[in-house]
Design a protein around this ligand. Sequence first.
Ligand code: SAH
Ligand code: SF4
Length: 350
Amino acid sequence: MASPTKITRYGASEEQIESLMHEWNEPKYRAEQIWACLYRPDPLSEATTLPAALKNRLVDALPLALDEMTVVHGQDGMTSKWLWAAGADRAEIETVLMRTTSRATVCVSSQAGCAMGCTFCATGQAGFNRQLSSAEIVEQVVRAAHGSPQRVSNVVYMGMGEPLANYETVWDSVERIHSDLKISARRITLSTVGIVPAMLQLAKEALPITLAVSLHAANDSLRQTMIPLNNRYPIADILDAAAEVAGAHGRRVTFEYACIEGVNDSPDSGRELAHLLGRWPGAGGAHVNLIPLNPTTEFFGRRSSRRHLEGFAELLRAGGVSATIRRPRGVDIDAACGQLRSRIVSFNPK
Ligand code: SAH
Ligand code: SF4
């Protein structure tokens, strides 16, 4: 008899559940019923439409891929962050849920660790462990949804890892989040450090998801000191590829810019960025999201003050570039990229 134990609960396809029901001599309609239960806001164990014995058997046969190590909630009760041990090797990854009254956004990891080595990023500082599977990515959204009092409306690939360095798998997870979790393409945002060939591939995909590009500097010599990959894919090529995506998907691209005091936040830097993006030809124009730097252990840069950020945003607007400042949400629970993991690892050295 084929063993179903290798299939995880959110890695199973509808066909695999059908054949499992066939194997268990269950009526055919059960597969459809189970599928509906899996993608409802409550966990499978709480489904009321399935006979208890079948439910228990399923819970055993289709194990979860993510083991919850910790979950912490922000003081405002609107942010939660999970640290999971993923798969048999128990790779550590994080997921964040951020809610407002109008939306609930899940921030997923696409890799355990990251090989890109951006100097200011906790994930980059810890290095690469392994690729995540599509099931592990989809399950992060499902498990966060189980912990959310609101329906999950948005998914952002801004957790650990570089999504475009795990392209096929990440794209499979995007399609599943769209089809199985019924989240519209424009509410799925993929953030990249700028892997140009993969961005061009993204422009060819049918699902018009939203793109965010981590820019952080307006010239190559500064960006190189922060993002080693800039040596391979300089700013001009990244902006061209981003314009391709914007045109193909018909969505405005967001450029992320983490403001670091005395590094990239001077008025000159602001004017240089406004000049660069003011003439960017992408559909809908450029939008800049200014991110207050989150402190990490191995990077000594400091975040720019709120007043400074506001002045920087004004310079961008004066240059015709729309700009917003991201609220530093979840700082009380270390919700920035890779930070919960590094804290837990430093408290519990292996
Ligand atoms: N690898 C992708 C997505 C994950 S990082 C990327 O780099 O875009 C998600 C976002 O967090 C990126 O914009 C990244 O530059 C930013 N980020 C990383 N470390 C940060 C820190 N210490 N403070 C503020 N933003 C940070
Ligand atoms: Fe990787 Fe993104 Fe962090 Fe850079 S910022 S190290 S690409 S996760």
